[in-house]
Design a protein around this ligand. Structure first.
Ligand code: MF3
Ligand code: CO
Ligand code: CO
Length: 263
């Protein structure tokens, strides 16, 4: 059965998949420069995933998604489709979201990149998105309720006068890209399940500089802020451990421990 508690052998495979997804972000960093177009970024990642990692993109063809990764620039909240006409320029903020499959198991991660020098607002927005994700990681351990995560994220985002997107949430992950449970990023009573060792899910708050409303474009994928304000997102895939959590998609340049003990 496909349980929300993973077995040891599944966890081993999820560690591999998480690491591969993280390594794609580490690899792509140096390419995020003015004048590159987002299709070129997609192609570099696609070739790396396919030829170097001998893995597969989980996004390509997922519900008809046409590319291998999502790239969301400035007021794009998520699910931006790489496109050769979209050329990065100094001052842009860019979310790159990578989901790979290896040995049947998924790893899902995203982060923000700054193109050259960005505004103080952009820097603050990205910092608060990352810090909100991190704050939620610091409370994860067995026996806490899942909805604590959303509560802590929302509190931090609103304290900084930004808003939290409601339409998209984190998710269980494993053999499937999106599994139970739904991990909401705001205060809610819906998913009050109790965390247990061996659960694996993503946390991926999207936060806006303006209000929380979003709209999906006619391409059926690209989600933008309604008020055209900037949006930022960070995502990790995490495993609940005996005393805390392991960040399966941890990257080398992160200033947070890969294994968190939250006793
Ligand atoms: N990676 C996204 C997530 O975090 C989902 C992207 S679906 C796609 O859940 F089809 F747009 F790739
Ligand atoms: Co995800
Ligand atoms: Co993702």
């Amino acid at each position: 059965m496909n349980s929300i508690i993973k077995t040891e052998s599944e966890i081993e495979k999820m560690r591999i998949s998480g690491k591969l997804a993280a390594e794609v972000l580490e690899m792509i960093e140096k390419h995020i420069q003015p004048n590159i177009n987002t299709e070129q970024i997609n192609d570099i990642c696609h070739n790396y995933i396919t030829n170097k990692q001998h893995a597969k993109s989980a996004c390509l063809g997922y519900k008809g998604f046409p590319k291998s990764i999502c790239i969301s620039v400035n007021d794009v909240v998520c699910h931006g489709i790489p496109n050769k006409n979209q050329i990065l320029k100094e001052g842009d903020i860019v979310n790159v979201d990578i989901t790979i499959v290896k040995n049947g198991y998924h790893g899902d991660v995203s982060k923000m990149f700054h193109v050259g020098k960005t505004s103080i607002l952009s820097q603050r927005l990205c910092k608060v998105a990352q810090e909100s994700l991190y704050k939620s990681l610091f409370i994860i351990k067995p026996k806490i309720r899942l909805n604590k995560i959303g509560e802590i994220i929302q509190k931090n985002v609103e304290k900084n006068n930004f808003s939290i997107v409601r339409e998209y949430c984190g998710h269980g992950i494993g053999l499937n890209f999106h599994e139970e449970p739904h991990v909401l990023h705001y205060k809610n009573q819906e998913n009050n399940i109790i965390l247990k060792k061996g659960m694996i899910f993503t946390i991926e708050p999207m936060i806006n500089a303006g209000n929380s409303q979003v709209k999906c474009l006619n391409d059926g994928w690209t989600v933008k802020t309604k008020d055209h304000s900037l949006s930022a997102q960070y995502e990790h895939t995490v495993l609940v451990t005996k005393y805390g959590c392991d960040i399966l998609t941890w990257q080398k340049n992160e200033k947070i421990c890969k294994s968190l003990v939250n006793k």
